[in-house]
Write a protein that binds this ligand. Structure first.
Ligand SMILES: NC(=O)c1ccc[n+]([C@@H]2O[C@H](COP(=O)([O-])OP(=O)(O)OC[C@H]3O[C@@H](n4cnc5c(N)ncnc54)[C@H](OP(=O)(O)O)[C@@H]3O)[C@@H](O)[C@H]2O)c1
Length: 331
């Protein structure tokens, strides 16, 4: 699959500290990543570290003498800022904290206004949580379209949406989403959604590209599979003298998605960048990796469920119908 956003780097760095790494550590990681050659940083208001990331960005960009069009910064509006005025305020706060005049992409982090406090357990629920409300989502989207008109945001993106929701958004948006951030790693390939995005000129950005081995406890269940230990991935890594993480990233980039691995460790950051070098995967390796697919969703979103929802599956519209709304859209 070809990359859609040709003006974007093929790989970026994540900045979610997973309740494990401090804002200062994540800021230092961004500085280190830029020095190693990364040119794309994935931020979010809810990660609670944009001030530290912004300070690191400003200092390191100056140190490296980079012009603004030589690096890309994306951020996200969190679920507690879906009211249009709150969304605009959130983007302005991100601009200020990241010390930028403009953002390359602003995502709506989740399609629901449901949220949770930092550090909660998997059983935590927002008592005011609601299913997807398309009219409310489009009011939020219109506010972000206004920021594109003003030149403060270059492109808009959606995250954690299904094909059903994306169809509605594409039908009603004045400024179409140009990016889709979604969980992508060899055991969760989301082939149909990725193809749908590419068919609509939307660039897939793959989060948790290594299977998020250090994710918070609330995002772990006993049945979760570990990509870095999948026998097929380990075998390819051993045959090529690579780390399994590098095989995951090679697979991602060759598939046309932009992976955004996170690490505070310069050795890992360098290895992740080096994954793009060397001979491409062979057809046999590509087939072996295609067969690793297990629908192994790790970031299930349980904490965003509304009271009448039956399980986290309701968040993902697996039968093509938007849960709690009942509206199926056929193109
Ligand atoms: N849109 C969304 O809803 C959403 C959701 C989740 C994530 N994201 C974004 O995606 C980014 C990446 O996802 P993620 O942080 O969940 O997971 P990830 O990138 O798959 O995994 C990160 C972890 O993998 C380990 N690692 C990194 N490079 C390695 C290497 N070369 N060898 C061995 N281990 C390595 C590190 O573990 P140790 O620290 O233990 O060494 C690191 O903490 C986030 O930071 C965030 O920006 C977005």
């Amino acid at each position: 699959m070809p990359i859609v956003a040709r003006d974007f780097p093929p790989i970026g760095v994540g900045t979610f500290g997973s309740d494990r790494y401090t804002p200062a550590e994540v800021g230092a990681a961004v500085a280190s990543a830029l020095r190693l050659g990364y040119r794309l940083v994935d931020c979010a208001a809810v990660y609670g570290n944009e001030a530290e990331v912004g300070a690191a960005l400003e200092a390191t960009v100056a140190e490296l003498g980079l012009a603004r069009d030589e690096y890309r910064v994306m951020t996200k509006v969190w679920n507690d800022a879906h009211a249009p005025a709150d969304a605009v305020a959130s983007v302005h706060r991100s601009l200020r904290d990241l010390r930028l005049d403009s953002l390359d992409v602003v995502f709506v982090h989740w399609p629901f206004p449901n949220h949770h406090a930092a550090g909660v357990t998997v059983h935590s629920r927002d008592p005011h949580a609601k299913p997807y409300d398309h009219a409310a989502f489009m009011a939020l989207w219109a506010a972000l379209e206004g920021m594109v008109d003003e030149g403060r945001v270059a492109a808009l993106g959606v995250s954690n949406v299904s094909i059903a929701k994306l169809r509605l958004i594409l039908r009603d948006a004045r400024v179409a989403p140009r990016f889709l951030e979604l969980e992508l790693h060899p055991t969760l390939q989301q082939g149909e959604l990725v193809q749908f995005a590419v068919d609509h000129d939307i660039q897939p950005v793959g989060y948790s590209p290594l299977g998020s081995p250090s994710r918070p406890e609330r995002d772990r269940t006993p049945d979760d599979l570990v990509d870095l230990e999948a026998p097929e991935i380990v075998a390819i890594a051993e045959a090529r003298g690579l780390h399994p993480a590098q095989v995951c990233l090679k697979w991602a980039v060759e598939r046309g998605q932009i992976p955004i691995p996170f690490s505070v460790k310069p050795g890992q950051q360098a290895a992740n960048l080096e994954a793009l070098e060397g001979p491409p995967l062979t057809p046999r390796e590509r087939d072996a990796l295609a067969a690793v697919e297990r629908n192994n969703r790790l970031i299930k979103g349980q904490v965003f469920l509304w009271p009448s929802a039956e399980s986290w599956v309701d968040l993902w519209d697996v039968d093509g119908v938007i849960a709690g709304q009942g509206e199926a859209v056929v193109e």
